[in-house]
Design a protein around this ligand. Structure first.
Ligand SMILES: [Zn+2]
Ligand SMILES: [Zn+2]
Length: 154
């Protein structure tokens, strides 16, 4: 077994460690060298960003979970109702300074980083968790108290 392999894309003969491992590949390595593969993946993402987005969704939810607990404690739930599905909980700016925040910080995911950098006390002073329904109601100016679906037990 040789320690080199010829890349199927650029044709260079390179040391094996320049190829990602692959169970099915010849010499248990991918056909394209790391450099070509990275270029290929970047190209695929450019023409079709969907699969990449789906793969990072899991990562995103884990990250979001962390932010939810930073604001909502051990058991994050809507500030108005007992709703607690993390996928449908949203972060609400208590003082309605969301627009200004977004202008300052940019993308929503960046706000997550900003929140995680704050102390929990500070984060809880500025943000609260709302379910999609109550969040929407608040941004539309509908009185959320009238939308109480289920009363919190105890
Ligand atoms: Zn190559
Ligand atoms: Zn709610």
């Amino acid at each position: 077994m040789t320690n080199t392999k010829v890349c199927s894309s650029c044709g260079r003969e390179l040391p094996l460690d320049q190829f990602h491992r692959s169970r099915e590949g010849i010499q248990a390595r991918r056909a394209k060298c790391k450099e070509c593969r990275l270029a290929h993946v970047a190209h695929l993402r450019k023409i079709n960003p969907e699969p990449h987005r789906r793969a990072s969704l899991k990562h995103y939810y884990r990250f979001k979970d962390k932010v939810l607990r930073h604001i909502g404690g051990e058991h994050p739930q809507c500030a108005v109702c007992p709703f607690d599905m993390p996928e449908l909980l949203e972060i609400d700016h208590i003082n309605n300074d969301g627009k200004e925040d977004r202008r300052k910080v940019g993308a929503v995911s960046k706000i997550y980083y900003v929140i995680l950098k704050m102390s929990e006390e500070e984060a809880r002073k500025r943000y609260q968790l709302l379910c999609v329904l109550h969040h929407k109601a608040k941004t539309k100016g509908i009185n959320v108290d009238n939308l109480m679906i289920v009363r919190r037990a105890s």
